[in-house]
Design a protein around this ligand. Structure first.
Ligand SMILES: NC(=O)c1ccc[n+]([C@@H]2O[C@H](COP(=O)([O-])OP(=O)(O)OC[C@H]3O[C@@H](n4cnc5c(N)ncnc54)[C@H](O)[C@@H]3O)[C@@H](O)[C@H]2O)c1
Length: 321
């Protein structure tokens, strides 16, 4: 049986993508890996196999791919933007070295499809910030962003030279109620929800008028699966499809939350992450993804806020928040 490998499976997106893949294909078809394994990693009706895997270990990546007869890889292991600026050297090693090891392992398996997410961080201050086009200036100023542009190019190289079917999306900031975010510049949008319910107040690390593109996790997962399902001839791009869902300022998010959590107070104390946010787009043109593989988000700011708060309140009642 051909199985699906997930790297970085216990991070913010990996946790929910792993669950979605298990539901779709059955747990036995899914191999979830991470550098660190949570205590409940192998519990319930989750993945059939759980392994510790550091993606910068090329031999270990190749071994897992062969041992489990992997037919598709979702490569999520990475260091994100804000954390990446604190240790650019390690960020380069993990983000680029890990991707190269995954692509080299995939290259050995006929027909192995690879999903690798890029980010809006691949853009930079010289990119048009409103309705950022699919193909435009890409001169990011963070090591994370540099690794995403280089990764998009590397993926294209492996597609054209070695026939590896690598596909990817430039995710906006991902908002989710499941596992917490892992050190990105858009983390404040998730943190604000948690703080609203647990503390009644929050201090955002960006300005009130800071606008960034975001996507809600169910749409992020649906997009990733839909792109992997698409027929190859329909794809005009391989890595780095723009997707858009919603764009809002930190202040607009706070106002939306306040409608459902009366008395919620948000303050703003921008730190070094503000300058990263200032170098990213405010809104995204995703016409090519809509045309090529039918991308269509379900959630807007109002719908996402209601759903997030319901999910978090459910966890709060169950004592897991
Ligand atoms: N979350 C977002 O808002 C967002 C936005 C744009 C792009 N992305 C991209 O999506 C992917 C997943 O992001 P996420 O939000 O789940 O991040 P995360 O930080 O929550 O999860 C990443 C996981 O990778 C693991 N990891 C780090 N180094 C590793 C290594 N050497 N070997 C194996 N595992 C390692 C971490 O332990 C973590 O569990 C990344 O490529 C990220 O750049 C995320």
């Amino acid at each position: 049986m051909k199985r699906i490998l997930i790297t970085g499976a216990f991070g913010q997106i990996g946790t929910e993508l792993t669950a979605a893949l298990c539901e779709r294909h059955g747990g036995d078809a899914v191999v979830a890996t991470g550098r660190h394994l949570p205590q409940d990693a192998a519990s319930g009706d989750g993945p059939g196999a759980v392994e510790r895997l550091d993606v910068i270990d090329a031999a270990a990546v190749a071994d897992v791919v062969h041992r489990y007869e992997i037919g598709a890889i979702y490569h999520l292991a990475a260091i994100l933007s804000a954390r990446g600026e604190r240790d650019p050297e390690t960020t380069w090693q993990i983000n680029m070295g890990g991707l190269r090891n995954v692509l080299n392992a995939a290259r050995q398996i006929s027909g192995c499809r690879v999903f690798w997410p890029s980010s809006i961080a691949a853009f930079g201050p010289e990119t048009p910030r409103e309705c950022t086009p699919q193909d435009t200036v890409m001169r990011p100023t963070t090591m994370y962003g540099i690794s995403k542009v280089a990764g998009e190019l590397l993926g294209d190289y492996y597609f054209h030279h070695y026939g590896v079917d690598v596909r990817g999306i430039r995710y906006p900031g991902v908002i989710s109620s499941g596992s917490p975010p892992g050190g990105g510049t858009t983390d404040y949008a998730v943190d604000m929800f948690y703080a609203a319910l647990t503390k009644g107040g929050y201090t955002a690390f960006v300005r009130e008028d800071c606008v960034l593109p975001m996507v809600y996790m169910p749409d992020c997962i649906a997009a990733s699966l839909k792109l992997m399902d698409a027929d190859l001839p329909a794809l005009s791009h391989h890595n780095g499809y723009n997707i858009a869902s919603m764009s809002f300022s930190a202040g607009e998010l706070a106002e939306e939350i306040k409608k459902h959590v009366p008395g919620f107070v948000c303050e703003y104390a921008p730190d070094e992450r503000q300058s990263i946010a200032d170098s990213w787009p405010r809104s995204i043109d995703d016409a090519i993804a809509r045309r090529d593989w039918g991308w269509q988000p379900q959630y807007d700011l109002a719908g996402m806020t209601v759903h997030m708060l319901n999910e978090l309140r459910r966890r709060q009642e169950a004592g897991s928040l």
